[in-house]
Design a protein around this ligand. Sequence first.
Ligand code: NAD
Length: 454
Amino acid sequence: MQIINPATEEIIMSLAQDTQASVEQKFNELKNTQPTWAEVPLAERITIVKKFADILERNIESLTAILTSEVGKPLQQSRNEINGARARIKWLSENAEKYLADETMFQDQSITEKISYEPLGVVCNISAWNYPYLVGVNVFVPALLAGNAVFYKPSECSTLTGLEIEKLLKQAGVPANVFHIAVGGREVGELLLNLPLDGYFFTGSYKTGKYIYEKVAPKMVPCQCELGGKDPLYVTDDIADVKAVAAGTADGAFYNNGQSCCAVERIYVHENVYDQYVEEFVKEVNLWKIGRPTEQGVYIGPLSRKEQIAFLENQVADALQKGATLAAGGRRMEGKGFYFEPTVLLDVNHSMSVMKDESFGPIIGILKVTNDEQAIQLMQDTEYGLTSSVYSQNQTRAESILKKINSGTGYWNCCDRVSAALPWSGRKHSGFGATLSHAGIRAFTKPKAFHLRG
Ligand code: NAD
C-alpha cells in the first residue's frame, strides 16, 4: 500500500497491508486479552487514557507534520484537530466514572435494583480519514475506558496517523493485545466484517455504512454508523452583522477544504439580506491563501483524495448546465497536488447535484429564499440529517425552525462544531447511534439488570 502526499503527489512510504492470517491472529489476541483489561480498575484505565492525551500534547508538532503529509490539511488545522482530540479525551475521561459506575435505580428493605455497564468485548472501529484523531477518539477512547479491546482500522488515507495512535496508546500504558490496528483499505475492512467481533463502530460514507450495517446485521451485535451529510444553513433577514455572518459561515463551509462531515454544504439566504451576504461571502473566499499546507497562513490546501476532483468538476458542470452562475472558483488547479479552487455557485436549485449530493470539498451553493417556510422546506429536502444551522438575532425564531428540521444537531448562530458533552448522531442517511456525551460512553457497554433480594 502506498501512502501519497496529496500536496505533492510524492510517495511518502510503502506499507504491507494486513492479511487474512494476520487479522485473525490479532483478533485472537484481542479476544484472549480483553477480559483482563476489563478487570483493570476503571481509575487505572482513566489514568492511561489521560496519559495518552499528555503524550499527544508533547508530540504535537511531529504528529501535526505526519497528519498534514498524508491528508493535506494545513498545519494549523492539523494542530487544531489534535488539540480538539485532547479536549474530547479530557471530557470523556472526566465523565467515565459517572456513566460507567453501577447505578442503583431502586432500593427498599427487601430489594435493590441496579444496572451495571459491562463492556461489549472486542469492538471494531472502522474509521474515516478526514479527522482521524477526532473520529478515532470518539470511538476507541470510550471503548477502552469501558473495558473493551479495540480492533481499529484507520482509513487507507490516514494510516500513518493510525500507526502513531497505536504506538502512543501503548506508550501511555494500554497493554499489548488490547488495541490492534488493521492496515489496509476496503479489502482489509471486509476481513474485519467477517470476524465475530462484539460491536461495529463505523465512520464514513453512507454507501459503505449501509453495506456494513447489512453485512453485520446477522451477527446480532451493536452497530453504529456515523455517516455523511448535506448540512443546510439558513441566514434569516434579522442578522445584525452581515459581514461577520458571511465570514463565519464561509469558514463553516470551507474549513478543512469542506471535508468535514458537518461542513455547511448548502446555504439559504433571506432575500432582504441576500445581495449583501453574497458580496461579503465572496470577498471572504477571495481573501484565503491557497497553497502548500506546510506554508504559513495557507487556509486551503489540497484535497485528500484525487478522485474527489473529478466529482467536484462534475458538480460544477451539472450546476452550470442547469442555470447556475459561478461567483468564485470552479476549476481544478494546474500543477502537482490535488487542488481545487474554492467555489461559490449562485442561482442554484434542487435539481442540481451540488444541492443534493454530499460534495465533501471546497464548493458551496447559495440559494435565495423569500421566507422561513420556504427555507424549512428546502432544508428538509435531503436524504441526510446530520446538522442544520440558523443565523438570526431571534432565538425563538431560530429554535422553532431548528425543531422542524430532522437532523441530529441544531446550531443557532454557529455551525460546523462538535462538543464532547453532546451526542454526535445522525438521522436518515447520516446514520444512527451516538458517539460523545453520556450516550457515546454507554454505547460501548451492555447494561445488565440486577435484582438483588437479600
Ligand atoms: P468511506 O466510506 O470511503 O471509508 C470509510 C472507511 O471504511 C475506510 O476505513 C475504508 O477503508 C472502509 N471501508 C470501505 N469499504 C469497506 C468495506 N466494504 N468493508 C469494510 N470497510 C470498508 O469514507 P471516507 O471517504 O473515509 O470518509 C468520508 C465520509 O465519511 C464522508 O461521507 C463523511 O461525511 C463521513 N464522515 C462522517 C462523520 C460523522 O461523524 N458523521 C465523520 C467523518 C466523516
